[in-house]
Design a binder for this molecule. Structure first.
Ligand SMILES: [Cu+2]
Length: 763
């Protein structure tokens, strides 16, 4: 049991209706966020009561927060049924209602919540508030943690309380490593695991191992994982030979007509050492992690990652005191990133080397103070200091011109520093009513140095324009959130959330400066194949959101539960894009409807709204035949630019997942049907292409006991050719440095049938 600081606990008058387990003081008080009872990984059904006991063995005070009704927490056990055969941590989030996945490289997909993605969300790994360091966001935040290392996921899809947010207008995703394990008092513990996996499509394979030693106060854990994959294949040929023949110049590596070019990954290695020390209600954790990726292809970008080195140090402290809880986090991350082209795009390497380096230092301090029996006051601050250099060395052997003779500086001495403070009160008014109110403010300073092109000719005019302006800026943003939750009895609850949230533009929205097509094409954060130019006059985005959630279930959630969530967001100053009208972008750029175009970021306004539904029902529960459960999840979102009337880019059409699950002994098996309707609401300014509707069947089974776990799955079992609405433009082969050679209008196809197997042994 967690040791509770007596003061905080005796102060609290807890209401049994909300209190299935005893946790640390702040958790116990965070009644409104207590979803242990309201959103278990939505189908643990009969085991829910057992699962409720699980958090008790967690380390004291680590769970500072649970998620509101509109969010979802995925437990370690549910993650484990997926993580072994998954390359990309973002895939573990696919069961979260309201969350969709924007495709990128093999381990770098980007989650979107209610139509808002990437830097509009707050995405944290082990509490570290990181940023990508690449003009294509290849080293996305969740690419830094291997799925096998993930212990828990919390997603705030509706309203994120100010204590968990800041500098983001959408939801929050918090991915955490496995919690430290300690031995019983007076004993020692040695544990570990060895695992391997194979995915038939693309011959993806890898292995992972971990070894740990612990006493009752100290814990050490080392883990390492390796993975690689060749290009994956679509279910059928998606390229016709005549369209592609002129693109594929002599010397390029051949790809088959069903092969997705530049989708491979190799030499991906994650190593981490996690140390923890606990004593008398104090927990100290230090994590050191190192990742290197030798190559990762990006079929919806014009470049590939040719190396990425990431090192991070992460210190966390949680203390339980008589007056409440204290949380401190400090971290530092350094990234060295290199891009160039795969041999499917270019026959000579280096074709166009591009380098970036970043450093991120950040941290937070939060105190949670119970007062007047039924209230919890949270106060704190956080900061993040981000530095970025992004430069492209000249290509040897070329005469002065497009890629000679100096470094091209895309972002030089880029900087984005943020400091925020917040205060929040959670109140447990009666047995039925709980509220949370919070305010925060963030100050963001951004700056960048003077730039230059490869040579004067094609670049000097833009460089002069950029250099003549002041690059430094400061924003002071204000957020507030309000949540009220009504629980009339043990079978239903309702939550209303309102928020104002702000986000300042990122370095890559502000500072890329060249309108020369080749340079602008390299700056693309969304995988649509277009060229982007930054805009130093951007204002912060300000979102006003209303979110309503309802949760119905039987008393113990052992038989059924259903959840509905509706939301509406208006975003002032939404950073959308407009067609470049500069002479250097060409006259046709403003009217083109069937090709790649050059765009510039601009503040507009947007409206997003939608609905998430999820439910489960136990169909049969029999000692001999096991437990059969039906689960379903349906999502719908619309996004519109209210200034131009255009649709927002990359908005998932109506979609659903319907699963029949069977559990017996150590076996869990699932048959899942995924249905996605046609995407017809497309962004005209980006020449986004429509996609057809489709249905996919996935079959999975896994067996586990104390010593081993085996996972078998057949994904896309019917081998259906499909195009994810969020797959982006197919640019994975051929000469990609200009916008007119690779054919426009082809989407990246999804993966054809794949048989996957993973085996893990524990000791
Ligand atoms: Cu990159």
């Amino acid at each position: 049991m967690p040791r509770l600081s007596s003061g905080a606990v005796t102060h609290m008058k807890t209401h049994s209706k909300y209190q299935p387990v005893k946790l640390s003081a702040s958790v116990q008080l965070s009644v409104i966020f207590l979803t242990l009872a309201s959103s278990p990984s939505y189908a643990d059904t009969a085991e829910v009561s057992a699962a409720l006991d699980i958090p008790v063995v967690e380390v004291e005070g680590v769970r500072a927060h649970s998620v509101p009704l509109s969010g979802k927490e995925i437990s370690e056990r549910d993650i484990k049924t997926r993580s072994s055969t998954t390359l990309d941590t973002t895939r573990l989030l696919e069961d979260i209602p309201g969350l969709t996945v924007n495709e990128a490289g093999a381990i770098s997909a980007l989650p979107a919540i209610h139509g808002l993605a990437d830097e509009r969300l707050k995405i944290q790994v082990d509490g570290m508030d990181l940023s990508a360091a690449c003009p294509n966001h290849m080293n996305s935040i969740l690419s830094y943690i291997n799925p096998v290392k993930v212990g828990s996921v919390k997603a705030f899809t509706g309203i994120t309380p100010v204590s968990e947010g800041g500098d983001s207008i959408g939801g929050t995703i918090q991915v955490s490593s496995l919690s430290p394990v300690f031995a019983e008092v007076g004993k020692q513990l040695i544990n570990g695991s060895v695992g391997t996996f194979y995915r038939s499509n693309g011959y993806a394979h890898g292995w992972n191992a971990s070894a740990g030693f612990a006493t009752d106060q100290l814990s050490f854990q080392y883990s390492e994982s390796h993975l690689s994959s060749s290009n994956y294949r679509a279910a059928k040929n998606f390229k016709d030979a005549s369209t592609w023949a002129p693109v594929l110049r002599n010397g390029l590596e051949k790809t088959d007509l069903d092969e997705v070019g530049s989708s491979s990954i190799s030499g991906s290695v994650n190593k981490s050492l996690d140390m923890a020390f606990k004593r008398d209600g104090h927990l100290f954790q230090l994590g050191i992690s190192q990742q290197s990726v030798g190559f990762e292809g990006f079929p919806n970008q014009r470049m590939d990652m040719t190396n990425n080195e990431n090192t991070s140090f992460n210190f966390r402290y949680t203390g339980l005191f008589d007056w409440g809880d204290l949380n401190l986090k400090l971290f530092r991350q350094r990234v060295k990133h290199a891009m160039d082209m795969s041999y499917e795009r270019s026959y000579a390497m280096p074709a166009m080397p591009m380098l970036s380096e970043s450093q991120t230092e950040g941290g937070s301090l939060t105190a949670s103070l119970p007062f007047l029996n039924d209230h919890l006051f949270k106060v704190g601050g956080d900061f993040k200091l981000y530095k970025l250099d992004d430069w492209w060395p000249p290509v040897q052997g070329m005469g002065p011109g497009a890629m000679c003779c100096n470094n091209f500086w895309n972002v030089r001495n880029g900087k984005r520093d943020r400091v925020g403070i917040f205060a929040e009160v959670e109140s447990n008014w009666t047995e039925d009513w709980v509220t949370s109110l919070g305010v925060r403010t963030d100050m963001i300073n951004a700056d960048a140095g003077k730039v230059q092109g490869y040579s004067a000719g094609l670049y000097q005019t833009d460089a002069n324009t950029f250099n003549a302006k002041s690059q430094g800026r400061r924003d002071q943003n204000y957020d507030w959130t309000a949540l009220a939750r009504y629980t009339p009895d043990r079978t239903q609850s309702y939550e209303l959330g309102l928020a104002r949230k702000s986000r300042s533009p990122s370095v890559y929205e502000l500072y890329p400066w060249s309108s020369f097509t080749m340079a602008a094409l390299m700056n693309n954060l969304v995988g649509d194949g277009n060229a982007y130019i930054g805009n130093m006059s951007l204002d912060p985005e300000i979102a006003h959101t209303a979110n309503i959630s309802a949760d119905w279930h039987d008393e113990n959630r052992s038989v059924w539960a259903a959840k509905a969530n509706a939301y509406l967001t208006y975003v002032d100053n939404y950073i959308d894009a407009v067609r470049c009208t500069l002479a250097s972008c060409g006259a046709a750029n403003t009217t083109k409807t069937n090709g790649f175009v050059t765009l510039q970021y601009e503040n507009h306004a947007a409206k997003l709204y939608g609905l998430d539904l999820s439910a489960y029902r136990v169909l049969a529960n029999d000692g001999q035949l096991g437990q059969w459960t039906a689960k379903s999840m349906i999502g719908y979102v619309r996004g519109e630019n209210t200034r131009t009337g255009d649709n927002l880019y990359h908005i998932m059409p109506l979609n659903g997942r319907f699963t029949l699950e069977h559990k017996l002994g150590g076996w869990t098996s699932q048959a899942e049907v995924q249905m996605v309707s046609a995407k017809t609401h497309v962004s005209a300014v980006r020449n986004e292409t429509e996609t057809d509707g489709y249905g996919l069947l996935n079959l999975r089974t896994s067996y586990s006991n104390k010593f081993m776990k085996v996972d078998l799955s057949l994904e896309n079992a019917l081998n259906k050719l499909y195009y994810s609405p969020l797959g982006g433009a197919y640019l994975g082969q051929g000469f990609s440095m200009t916008s007119g050679i690779i054919p426009w209008g082809i989407n990246v196809p999804g993966m054809g049938r794949s048989a996957n197997v993973a085996v893990t042994f524990f000791y």
